[in-house]
Design a protein around this ligand. Sequence first.
Ligand SMILES: Cc1ncc(COP(=O)(O)O)c(C=O)c1O
Length: 410
Amino acid sequence: MVQTVAHKITPNIALDPVSGNTQKDSNTMQSNDNYSFDDIVDRHNTNSLKWNKYKHQDVIPLWVADTDFKVAPVIQQALEDRIKHGVFGYTRTDEQYDQVVADYYQKKYGCHVEASWVVWVPGIVASLSLAIRSLSRQHQQVFTPDMVYPYFHTTPAAAGKQANHLAMTYAQDRVRIDLDTLEKRNAQDVRVMLFCNPQNPGGAIYTRDELKRIDAYCEANNLILVSDEIHADIILDEDKTHIPYLDVSAHALNNSIVLGAASKAFNVAGLACSWAVIANDELRKAFVDEMHGIISEINPFGYTATVTALAEGDDWLAAMNGYLRDNRDYLMEQLNAIKGLQMLPLESTFLAWIDVSELQLEDPCAFFEAAGVGLSPGQNFNDKNFLRLNFGCAKSVLEEAVRRIKKALV
Ligand SMILES: Cc1ncc(COP(=O)(O)O)c(C=O)c1O
């Protein structure tokens, strides 16, 4: 039974005097009328990784990458229906669920995927490991972006690979692999390139031209690209679109493993479900063989939430993206008005990337924790000049975090 405990940050948040709900501004009211992104869900006593970290402290957790939003009502309903059944034995998808993934790529991205190319895996990190281990022989190395989600570094290391980092660029405030440098890079002994699109942290969505250059490089150097597209459906810039790596060329399709999940966009990461699309039969067989005895079945709730999200979640997703867009714009305006902070613009993800180098703090993360805001240290992603802030929360919580940051700095 989940208990409700007093929420330390609630008293600072404006409540609607009539409904008792948090006050909504008129814009969010209109675009998110059917959904409750403004509501504050108490996540204490749910073993939430994000909230447990500061369980006994008055610190707003804006670190690990899950949002505080309740799932889409269609997902909630589908899970409740599944729970009512009452039997939760081993579950394995038939072609019907594979087809849902194929239809999602077709409908959303105009990209053809065969149901038989889909492999279900309980998580993307597991797939990074499976890909590295199944694609590269012992002596073969792995390229990984230098500044990226930490498991891009730890999974190759755990498979006995040397660190082989690809230089990044911050040009035009878009954090991405530096393609001019990449094109000069010797790839002898390298077989696999890990790739994160949209890029976490930084939130850049790679353009088709950029993807083509990467594909050309991979083709010239006989590399297999593993594309982690977990954040693909979170689009903040309305004029940008995510392009699945599968859609770049026939070569890309045949020489890649593309990883996707509903976990970030639909906030179901705890249900442990993701997929890999592997068009090449040989690569797919090697990947599936590698799973043997290591990777367990996906749980029935993970499947239910994922296929419901893909088939019926569009309306909710559009509203959530709108809400995140407003949060991003608010945060950019507020933080960039504070001397010593520079938040970079971001096209995707709910993860702000903030340059704090000007503050010359010995331990930036500890400084903001002392101010009551829990962020992710940039050094976890390989850039100690930055902090990462998760703005996937009710606007009122973000406003309170901004108040605390200002109090500490202004
Ligand atoms: C780029 C990226 N890949 C993978 C993951 C984790 O995926 P999973 O929980 O499916 O292992 C995250 C979580 O933050 C992420 O940002």
